[in-house]
Design a protein. Structure first.
Lengths: 159, 106
């Protein structure tokens, strides 16, 4: 019985690890509390499961050089006819070096007409942004962008 | 205190793809910042945004601390019929705001 529980418990701990770390770490080393490539991979796995993520279809527009990481315009669009049979179900955006790997999840459907979402995000450091779209056929597609940030967001002190 | 700005076309043709822009005033405190004395400022963010078109959900977003203050979200929908868009923002500390906009489709 105990053995059976082990794998799911481990998966759960893996997923919860990010949240737990954020709770435990700040007392001593807040500044090092950043999402690592491992956390990024875990966050992506949390969304796609074991599915293959192919590059393409997704277009991620973020300025390549950002002066102020506190508000960075971002647009994600996906090449899709957005019909009942062939549409984008969701768009997930991740980062590598913010304290948390998630940026946003956006849920669309055939009524969207166009698979495009814009928002403004925070970037704590120069890093890679990843956008992944899930299509109605269950496939996943992605795009990466590297962004250079000169003034970081999120973890600076308030005076 | 909290207030929303909504931009929806007043009129559209049936089947036209329209853009909806929304802005909600909110600090979106990340929970990762500290005061000068080293205390952590507690997280206070909007976690969820949804838009319904005549009662049916057409768009939903999960937000995280990585969303900039005063969250701006824009998205698209197909204008199918005249009616009402309802917008809802939900967040930490019981934050809950709604807004609405109407459209004439003909």
């Amino acid at each position: 019985m105990h053995k059976h529980d082990h794998s799911t418990r481990r998966q759960f701990l893996g997923l919860a690890g990010g949240a737990a770390m954020l709770g435990a770490v700040p007392a001593v080393t807040l500044r090092s509390a950043e999402a690592t490539p491992v956390m990024l991979a875990a966050a992506i796995r949390n969304v796609v499961g074991g599915a293959v993520v192919r590059t393409g279809k997704v277009k991620l527009d973020v300025p390549p050089l950002v002066e102020n990481g506190n508000t960075v315009p971002m647009t994600v669009s996906v090449a899709s006819p957005m019909t009942a049979d062939d549409h984008v179900k969701s768009i997930h955006v991740f980062n590598e070096k913010n304290p948390q790997p998630n940026i946003g999840n956006f849920h669309l459907g055939p009524r969207s007409g166009r698979a495009q979402v814009s928002t403004r995000i925070r970037l704590a450091d120069t890093q890679k942004i990843v956008a992944i779209a899930q299509l109605s056929d269950g496939s996943f597609w992605s795009a990466n962008v590297d962004v250079v940030v000169t003034l970081a967001a999120c973890t600076e002190e308030v005076l | 205190m909290a207030s929303a700005l909504i931009n929806v076309p007043k009129r559209a043709k049936p089947g036209e793809i329209i853009e909806i822009k929304t802005l909600m005033s909110h600090v979106m405190e990340t929970g990762y910042r500290r005061t000068a004395t080293g205390e952590i400022i507690p997280r206070d963010i909007i976690t969820s945004f949804a838009c319904r078109y005549n009662g049916e959900e057409i768009f939903r977003a999960d937000l995280f601390p990585a969303t900039a203050a005063n969250p701006f979200i824009s998205f698209f929908t197909v204008a199918t019929e005249s009616g009402k868009f309802d917008f809802e923002w939900i967040g930490d500390n019981g934050f809950s705001e709604t807004a609405a906009a109407s459209i004439i489709v003909e």
